[in-house]
Design a protein around this ligand. Structure first.
Ligand code: PLP
Length: 426
């Protein structure tokens, strides 16, 4: 063996022993800080790692759901272990992007896949892919030159939403339609894509018809299904219907890293999306970088998810919901309901309706009280407000989501809710 070879071997051995030591350290010394005890035990983390404590940032109990402002989901231990492993070794980023895309496409039964920095980035990169495809241009033309090109995206008026911004930053123009007739007439030689917001509550044109008409005009359809898992089968249902591109958030129900997402669909389009993504610098997606840790975390989350069953998960969410119900059901005037949205956040939402005049505290005040107590509890943002859950919430309802709770949280939330509702002035 040459001296270079043996030196290489030596370096590699040293590196291996260092990385094994780092991994061993992760597995040692469980931290037992009061409320996070079961969580820390499940993940085997050390107290010296607690940067939330160091920074003075309160750890919350998530009784809301997969909300971005509450940092959405936590990663299961097996996903977190994969993230840690990935962090120990550099790789060629494009190799990892390509291999992870191929692996995910196979597992999720579609032609192509790209791990993005979230569903919002998936929508941007999907739009960029459709622009490049329709115009035969290079990614660096986006957005500056797009105004003078094929640049129209058709959307139902009822599907306009805050994530339109994700498309608009590519320089496209959104063309609104209401009726099916409008839709048929909206296609022009400048149409590059259509967008279907899967969880929209209204809109005259259903997802099948929407797709069929676009395909009659040879225009690709993107579907935003960001929050639409569970059920697990939705991860292949919409691409299976023929949607050319479908976006999912990685950090919501899928429980991957919060800054990860999936763009699934036709391979020629997911390949073009990658061309518009980091690490390519002269591209709209350069700021949407997904690090190796998040790419691997997303892959591991898909693997984890495919070992889960919707029935088992929903039964656990219901068990937590029932734990809370048992503790608050005898609050005066209390009426209990469980609402399960059809699409997006398709999990039980516990609705606690009561008369604030009789009980002596409004749902908004309960929300504030639980927020200021320790441990800090964050209720679903529909609490005490009309409209966010359609007819299911109003100023007299508390809304609790149990699916992002950690072991032991349901008991704490039930106890604190009961305490505040039974003794509002203490
Ligand atoms: C959450 C959400 C997004 C954004 O997802 P990220 O992964 O946070 O980028 C986009 N569209 C809809 C409908 C969502 O619910």
């Amino acid at each position: 063996m040459s001296s270079i070879g043996s030196q290489g071997l030596f370096t590699r051995r040293r590196f291996l022993s260092w990385s094994q030591a780092a991994l061993a350290a992760l597995g040692s010394k469980p931290l037992f800080a009061s409320t996070s005890e079961p969580v820390a035990a499940a993940y085997s983390v050390s107290s010296t790692d607690d940067y939330y404590a160091k920074l003075g940032v309160e750890k919350i109990i998530n009784a809301a759901g997969t909300y971005t402002y509450l940092t959405a989901a936590t990663m299961p231990p097996q996903v977190l272990r994969a993230v840690t492993q990935a962090a120990l070794h550099p790789v060629v980023l494009k190799d990892l992007q390509r291999a992870s895309g191929e692996y995910i496409a196979k597992r999720l039964r579609c032609e192509g896949a790209l791990v993005t920095s979230g569903a919002s980035a998936a929508l941007t990169l999907g739009t960029a892919a459709c622009i490049v495809s329709a115009n035969g241009i290079a990614p660096n033309q986006i957005p500056e030159a797009v105004g003078a090109m094929k640049n129209e995206v058709i959307v139902q008026k009822a599907h306009r939403y805050e994530y339109d911004h994700a498309m608009l930053l590519c320089g496209v123009r959104i063309v609104e339609v209401v009726t099916l007739d409008d839709y048929r007439q909206a296609f022009t030689p400048k149409t590059i894509m259509t967008n279907f917001f899967n969880a929209a509550e209204s809109g005259e044109i259903d997802r099948q018809t929407w797709l069929a008409v676009a395909h009659q005009h040879n225009v690709p359809c993107h579907m935003d299904a960001a929050a639409d898992m569970p059920p697990i089968e939705n991860l292949w249902k919409y691409t299976g219907m023929g949607y050319d591109l479908v976006s999912f958030s990685g950090g919501k129900g899928i429980r991957g890293p919060q800054n990860a997402g999936l763009l699934l669909g036709k391979k020629h389009l997911t390949d073009l999306a990658a061309l518009n993504d980091s690490p390519n610098s002269d591209a709209v997606g350069r700021g949407m970088k997904v690090a190796k840790e998040q790419i691997v975390g997303m892959v591991a989350a898909v693997d984890w998810l495919l070992e889960q069953s919707d029935e088992t998960n929903q039964a656990e969410y219901m068990r937590r919901t029932n734990t809370i119900i048992r503790m608050v059901k005898d609050v005066p005037t209390m009426k209990i309901d469980i609402f399960m949205p059809e699409i997006a956040n398709h999990v039980p939402h516990l609705i606690l309706a009561y008369d604030p005049k009789v009980v002596g505290i409004t749902p908004k005040e309960v929300q504030e009280r639980l927020r200021s107590q320790r441990p800090q509890i964050e209720l679903n943002p529909a609490t005490g407000s009309t409209g966010r859950l359609g007819p299911h919430s109003n100023e007299n309802t508390i809304v609790v989501g149990t699916w992002m709770m950690q072991p032991g949280d349901a008991e704490v939330v039930g106890r604190q809710l009961r305490s505040v509702l039974m003794n509002p002035h203490s």
